[in-house]
Design a protein around this ligand. Structure first.
Ligand SMILES: [Zn+2]
Ligand SMILES: [Zn+2]
Length: 379
């Protein structure tokens, strides 16, 4: 086998780009190399390129796989794919992401009316294109969501209740798709049929999953009316996600089995919650510490005194010692962010600056001049 190309090179991106850029790069190239967008003579090459792109995307868009790839290269992710390496029809779980590309094309190919009932459906559309043999009960797709957190939520950790649209097991049939199993008459129970298909690559002879029973060899005698036999239904689900304090943008939490339910009793995908940090008007995050600037008056700076300082838990009083200079940083211990690795909380760092009045009454001006003489200020 030839040496595999670097996934980042395939998508023409560098290691530091975020999911949006990965998606954009993939969409652009997938559109360019989609077999149907290329002439007859170039279809085969385009198909190879399209699969290569999709493999790179499959890995890089998934935070877990990306991390493994960044750390260990192809070896780190190859075992995630089935035997023989990446197989588009089996291992590509992000068909939903290219739905707009495929959707338009498939609309033309299959006489319009293409709509995606479940992620599993576009999988099977892809199976039809690439001749893959998807079984009847497929694992549900992973769901990826972004969670916006305020600095205060990051400081202490939070449990977020999020409403998401996802496929769940049909309550009426319990995910089976109906009741009363019988041997499929089309394939005689083998789950496989020979099929000559006119694909976008020309005529193909394939052994494919039986379309009648979707490869299971058995069909349901009485189809569930609620889910029309798919075993899944789209619902709005409320998911509680417990987020520990101290997380950073780009961190993610993977909730096993909380993604889309699989069709016909297949296992559910995972829910992957990616952390986003909301900007704070007052504080700037510095790892586990938070930083802010606080203007203080000349008299407090010179004579000392107490000032009110905002923290993530409300205002506290802070003592300013006599003779404090601009730029001095005070530390409020434990007023920063929780740490993911230990119990010590970070600090709040307060940098003071001496505020100079901009408008002066003539009396104030006179007093400052007198003070300057008293202090022997030369400049
Ligand atoms: Zn049902
Ligand atoms: Zn069958």
């Amino acid at each position: 086998m030839a040496t595999k190309k670097d996934y980042y090179d395939i998508l023409g991106i560098n290691k530091n780009v975020g999911p949006d850029e990965i998606k954009t790069a993939y969409r652009k190239l997938a559109r360019k190399y989609h077999p149907d967008m290329n002439s007859e003579s170039e279809k085969k090459a385009a198909e190879e390129k399209f699969k290569e792109l999709s493999e790179a995307y499959e890995v890089l868009i998934d935070p877990k796989k990306k991390q493994m790839y960044d750390q260990y290269g192809h070896q780190g992710v190859d075992q995630q794919f089935g035997p023989g390496g990446f197989d588009f029809s089996r291992d590509f779980t992000h068909s939903g992401d290219i739905e707009d590309i495929l959707g338009n094309l498939l609309g033309n190919l299959f006489g319009g009316g293409f709509s995606r009932r479940a992620s599993g459906d576009s999988d099977s559309v892809i199976n039809r294109i690439f001749g893959g043999g998807g079984g009847g009960n497929r694992r549900g797709s992973d769901l990826r969501i972004n969670i916006q957190l305020t600095l205060k939520e990051i400081a202490n950790g939070v449990t977020k209740k999020i409403k998401i649209k996802k496929y769940e097991k049909c309550k009426t049939c319990g995910g089976i798709g109906g009741k009363g199993l019988k041997t499929c008459p089309k394939c005689g129970g083998s789950g496989r049929v020979k099929q000559v298909t006119s694909t976008i690559f020309g005529q193909m002879m394939n052994v494919v999953a039986c379309p009648e029973c979707e490869g299971r060899g058995k069909i349901i005698s009485e189809r569930c009316n609620e889910c029309r036999g798919s075993g899944i239904a789209e619902n709005i689900a409320t998911v509680a996600i417990k987020i520990p304090g101290g997380v950073k943008a780009g961190n993610y939490i993977s909730l096993r089995g909380q993604g889309n339910a699989g069709r016909n009793g297949g296992t559910s995908g995972d829910l992957i919650a990616v952390i986003d940090e909301q900007k704070n008007d007052i504080f700037e995050r510095r790892d586990g510490n938070i930083f802010m600037k606080l203007p203080i008056s000349f008299s407090v700076a010179a004579l000392g005194g107490k000032v009110e300082v905002p923290t993530l838990d409300g205002k506290v009083s802070m003592r300013i010692p006599r003779g404090t200079q601009s730029g001095k940083i005070f530390k409020l211990r434990g007023k920063g962010l929780a740490n993911l690795n230990n119990y010590r909380k970070g600090d709040e760092l307060v940098e003071v600056s001496v505020r100079v009045p901009e408008k002066l009454s003539s009396e104030a001006e006179k007093t400052i001049k007198e003070l300057s003489q008293l202090l022997n200020d030369e400049y």
